[in-house]
Design a protein around this ligand. Structure first.
Ligand code: FES
Length: 152
């Protein structure tokens, strides 16, 4: 991430350490994760210890300290989805993407994550890719879903 972009984000929040979470959210939005060198730079600019930003980055699940894919595939592992075959769906994504659960593809296109109930159990098993929900998704359809985003 270039310094100009970070400076723009810092300026948006008046370089105010009280908005550290918002600043990190904006950085994460741009980069899809929080690079170490960026955390150090932001900490210096906000005049706070970098440990404070690390604490925020590790406390909130929305933040990541490692690169994430352009598409985050969230496979619901809640009870209803589990009963309807979510483990097989998760395995199929891991196999097709060639990454372990929690991993990111080398081309930084996909990150695979298990999540808790997505709140739409009636259409279990459910997978969320970015902001889109895929209900009643069987393992046999996983390839099609990946293809849709890989091309999009
Ligand atoms: S358990 Fe999967 S949406 Fe509720």
């Amino acid at each position: 991430m270039n310094r100009a972009k970070i400076d723009k984000i810092l300026a948006r929040w008046n370089r105010d350490a009280n908005y550290a979470i918002e600043i990190l959210q904006d950085v994460q939005e741009e980069e899809r994760y929080l690079p170490q060198d960026v955390l150090r730079y932001v900490a210096d600019e906000l005049c706070v210890p970098v440990g404070r930003l690390h604490h925020i980055a590790t406390f909130f699940k929305a933040f990541s300290l490692v690169p994430r894919g352009r598409h985050v595939v969230e496979v619901c592992m809640g009870t209803a989805c589990h009963v309807k075959g979510a483990p097989r769906v998760l395995d199929a994504f891991a196999r097709e993407l060639g990454v372990p659960v929690g991993g990111t593809t080398r081309d930084l296109q996909f990150t695979l994550e298990p999540v808790r109930c997505l709140g739409c159990c009636a259409i279990a098993p459910v997978v969320k890719v970015g902001k889109e929900l895929h209900g009643e998704l069987q393992a046999s359809k996983v390839k099609t879903v990946i293809k849709k985003y890989a091309e999009g």
